[in-house]
Design a protein around this ligand. Structure first.
Ligand SMILES: CC(C)(COP(=O)(O)OP(=O)(O)OC[C@H]1O[C@@H](n2cnc3c(N)ncnc32)[C@H](O)[C@@H]1OP(=O)(O)O)[C@@H](O)C(=O)NCCC(=O)NCCS
Length: 173
């Protein structure tokens, strides 16, 4: 049987992840993000903000895909009202498994889970090179005025709201 056929997906709370799994995730992330390999050493399997949960894909009990989820507020520029979104980060597929549709599966599984959390939008920032990867999974790049610092682009995924419900101006808090 091909390892793809045995892949299992689960949304795991950060507090339920074992030290061994953190180590396996860190090792995979160091290979997926060679420029940041120094961050992912030992059991350190997160980069900036620590996620509260992760979507993990296992093949033969080994993590081959993962992303972190963290609920975050963005503030509407118009009213100052805060909007809770599901921020997605550290999206990665093991380099030895890339190009087989696993990343697409990872985003699809995540969208289903985020919608089940009653969140209106998924939210992420990414480099321009991977925008088509997210667009293919239903994410929308925000207009140029919403581009965040540096070369990082903001993308949103409408879940329980329509795209037009996203604020015209906003600030991540
Ligand atoms: C980006 C990443 C998660 C994609 O995973 P993957 O399993 O290789 O992707 P898939 O095979 O499911 O590809 C799905 C679609 O996205 C496209 N795609 C995949 N990687 C892409 C990339 N880096 N840039 C642009 N498009 C990409 C594929 O061509 C495919 O398109 P199609 O549906 O038209 O055939 C993986 O390459 C990775 O881990 N990269 C290193 C870490 C990274 O850059 N993460 C994103 C940070 S924001």
């Amino acid at each position: 049987m091909h390892s793809q056929d045995r892949r299992k997906w689960s949304l795991v709370r950060e507090s339920d992840i074992s030290s061994d799994t953190h180590e396996a995730l860190a090792e995979m992330l160091a290979r997926a993000y060679p420029a940041y390999a120094g961050i992912f050493s030992g059991r350190r399997s997160w980069a900036w903000a620590r996620p509260e949960a992760r979507m993990v894909g296992l093949a033969d009990d080994r993590p081959v895909a993962q992303l972190g989820l963290l609920r975050q507020f963005v503030q509407r520029g118009e009213s100052g009202e805060r909007l809770l979104v599901g921020e997605v980060g550290t999206v990665a597929v093991d380099p030895g498994f890339q190009g087989r549709g696993i990343g697409r599966e990872l985003l699809a599984q995540t969208a289903t889970e985020l919608a089940g959390l009653a969140l209106d939008f998924g939210y992420l920032t990414c480099s321009p090179a991977v925008i088509p990867f997210y667009e293919g999974a239903g994410w929308h790049q925000l207009p140029h005025s919403s581009v965040s610092a540096g070369d990082s682009h903001t993308m949103i995924l409408p879940l329980n709201a329509s795209l037009s419900a996203w604020p015209r101006t906003f600030q991540a808090t």
